[in-house]
Ligand binder design. Structure first.
Ligand code: SF4
Ligand code: SF4
Length: 108
C-alpha cells in the first residue's frame, strides 16, 4: 500500500503507508512548510496525503526541500522516499567510478 506524487523537476515523493500507519509522530506533516506558507500535506485516515491537488504539487507547490524525508528518517518510520533526477550528480558519480573512486556514503 503506497502513495506518491510528482514534483516540478520530474521527481517523485513516495510513502509506504504500511509503515505510516505504525508511525506515532507523523513528523513529515509539520516538517513540510515550503516558502513558509504551511504544509502541503495533511493526515487522512492515519496517513499523509496532499492537501493540494497533485497538479499543483507538480507545478512547484512542492518545493522539493526534502524536509519531509529528513523528518521521517529522524522521527518517523523511514517510510518516505524522495527520488529526484540529478543528471549532473550521475555524471559526477560515473566520473568517480571511472577513476576507481566511490563517495563515502555509497552503500552499493
Ligand atoms: S513521518 Fe514518515 S512514517 Fe510517519 S507518517 Fe510521515 S511519512 Fe509516514
Ligand atoms: S519535499 Fe518539502 S515541500 Fe515537498 S512535500 Fe516534502 S516537505 Fe513538503
Amino acid at each position: 500500500m503506497s502513495y506518491s506524487f510528482s514534483t516540478y523537476s520530474g521527481g517523485t515523493i513516495l510513502f509506504d503507508y504500511a509503515a505510516c500507519l505504525q508511525c506515532e509522530t507523523k513528523a513529515c506533516i509539520p516538517a513540510c512548510n515550503p516558502r513558509g506558507s504551511g504544509s502541503i500535506l495533511e493526515l487522512r485516515d492515519g496517513t499523509p496525503v496532499l492537501k493540494i491537488s497533485a497538479e499543483a504539487a507538480r507545478k512547484g507547490q512542492c518545493s522539493e526541500c526534502l524536509a519531509c524525508e529528513e523528518a521521517c528518517r529522524i522521527d518517523g518510520k523511514g517510510a518516505l522516499r524522495i527520488e529526484l533526477p540529478i543528471p549532473a550528480l550521475n555524471t559526477a558519480l560515473e566520473d568517480m567510478a571511472a577513476k576507481g573512486l566511490r563517495p563515502v556514503y555509497w552503500e552499493g
